[in-house]
Design a protein around this ligand. Sequence first.
Ligand SMILES: [Cu+2]
Length: 148
Amino acid sequence: MRSVIAAFALLLLAACGGREAPAPVPPPAALGVHDAWTRSADSGMVTAVYFTLRNTEAAGVTLTGASSPIAESVTLHETHEMSGMVHMMALDSAVVVPGDSVVLAEGGKHFMVNGLRRKLVAGDTIPLTLTFSSGRTLDIRVGVRAPF
Ligand SMILES: [Cu+2]
């Protein structure tokens, strides 16, 4: 009798094991950019780039700048409101600790893309290379949206 119960228990275990969903595989640790966008602009003009930089790696990173072959320069900025006036200030860097994100968004941090070498049209994408304090770089594509 005991062996029958044991066999039945084994069958149950096997059945349950068979139905169990496979354990989710965590995505590999990475430094990734999501929702990178800018607005259409004429050649020679300035535009701002926004995105979310997510760090799922074990160590923090410090974003220090960016460059693009389609611009004369790219600078990290932050928008502040002080006594009703909106100011933009240059930022040296933005730190992203492990498991966290830094959000570049309207009214906050952004990359200023100066001296566009070509016109940006909605639907287009532009290349941007992010640089970090470690010397590491990350190539991203930035989608161009209509002005409003
Ligand atoms: Cu700016």
